[in-house]
Design a protein around this ligand. Structure first.
Ligand SMILES: [Fe+2]
Ligand SMILES: [Fe+2]
Length: 129
């Protein structure tokens, strides 16, 4: 079973952002599946890096959209993106150094990291874009 199941609750009523969120969900699910299948570190790293890179691209898209409409919550939202980015880069550093494995705890962290942000913070701009 997928770690995260997409449902309409996740929608921010914007096709581009929804498609990016879906891709992020897919990447976390893929990482989870690879981990469960006992894939090696290189295979896990590939998906994990893709998740990190795509997150960067996604945050930039959202930030551009919010700036375009002068969204009042921009600064707070941007700060949360920066914190989330730092958290995942810290995790990457530990992973690369062999100090952490992609365990179910780490996958649950990524699940919450992504879903809480979409369901709470991202939803706040939904009416403005
Ligand atoms: Fe988002
Ligand atoms: Fe966001």
């Amino acid at each position: 079973m997928a770690l995260i199941s997409w449902n309409d609750n996740f929608s921010v009523n914007n096709a581009l952002i929804d498609s990016q969120h879906k891709k992020l969900v897919t990447l976390v699910n893929e990482l989870h599946d690879s981990m469960k299948a006992g894939k090696g570190k290189d295979a896990l790293a590939k998906t994990f890096y893709e998740l990190i890179n795509y997150t960067k691209e996604h945050f930039e898209t959202e930030e551009r959209m919010m700036q375009k409409v002068n969204f009042s919550g921009y600064a707070t939202h941007k700060k949360e993106h920066d914190t989330l980015t730092k958290e995942v880069l810290d995790l990457k550093e530990k992973f690369d150094a062999g100090k952490t494995m992609l365990s179910i705890e780490v996958l649950n962290f990524l699940k919450n990291w992504l879903t809480v942000h979409i369901l709470d913070t991202d939803k706040q701009y939904a009416d403005f874009i």
